[in-house]
Design a binder for this molecule. Structure first.
Ligand code: ZN
Length: 255
């Protein structure tokens, strides 16, 4: 079973297309939310994501941009982009975003896994450190592979006997497509973030995604990818849409 994991595309068409162009063959597609928000191609991205299908969890920006939550908890720039997205999106995409399910989601077939935007206990939680990861991984009743997004940080956490290990894929910097395979261990439980396709925040501007592979009883492995894309084109769309310039500049910094 090969599962392609996408998260936090954030209406970045160029980054999404670049990831899909190099994505390996897979049986299952999972999207961990925040399809829209921040960047300037919400209709194009919704169309492509809807056509691809698969399992999709809603993110906080999907709710904000489709009017399900008010914007008072968003910072000014996020709120401006959410408002712009809401008036730019075609009605059918707004309806589709509003109907996206809340995590945790599970798949019917295949190895047990759970999909969330923030965390299993709170769809809006940022799992940024070992204590947040531990609180979620030691909670009973969850799958031993939990895939999450929201932080825009690729990697995650492993848990065994009360101890948490931080998982950070390391790549050579530069402009190449790079990948890093992390074998998973028997007996450990995992929270894994494929990283953000459309707005990475770990200092590497390249678009991020991951592939999870697991066969039978084997613990499986996750391969993390970084993919260069036409960031100038994405920035130009943001500027042309009169969205805040900071949304364009941050893309090249990976912050
Ligand atoms: Zn996000």
């Amino acid at each position: 079973m090969r599962m392609l994991l996408l998260s936090d595309i954030h209406a970045n068409l160029e980054a999404m297309e670049a990831c899909l162009a190099v994505a390996p063959a897979h049986d299952v597609l999972v999207n961990l939310g925040d399809v829209v928000g921040y960047n300037a191609s919400p209709n194009e991205v919704c169309e492509r994501v809807r056509a691809m299908g698969g399992t999709i969890v809603r993110g906080n920006h999907d709710r904000a941009c489709s009017g399900l939550i008010d914007l008072s908890e968003f910072n000014l720039i996020a709120a401006m982009s959410a408002r712009w997205t809401q008036v730019t999106l075609q009605p059918e995409h707004l309806d589709w975003l509003r109907a996206l399910p809340q995590g945790p989601l599970r798949r019917e077939e295949g190895p047990a896994a759970e999909f969330v935007h923030g965390s299993p206990r709170d769809e809006d939680e940022y799992v940024l450190n070992a204590s947040a990861a531990s609180a979620n991984l030691r909670a009973p009743g969850h799958a031993d592979r939990i895939f999450f997004g929201h932080t825009h940080l690729q990697g995650g956490f492993a848990y065994e006997d009360g101890r948490v290990r931080t998982l950070t894929p390391t790549f050579p910097t530069g402009e190449d497509v790079v990948e890093y395979t992390m074998p998973l261990a028997r007996g450990e439980r995992y929270l894994i973030n494929p990283g953000s396709v459309g707005q990475p925040r770990d200092g590497d501007w390249r678009a991020a995604f991951a592939l999870y592979e697991r066969d039978g009883d084997a613990p499986g492995a996750v391969t993390f990818y970084r993919v260069p894309y036409d960031v100038d084109a994405t920035q130009q769309r943001i500027i042309s849409a009169n969205l805040p310039e900071r949304l364009a500049t941050r893309l090249k910094l990976g912050r």
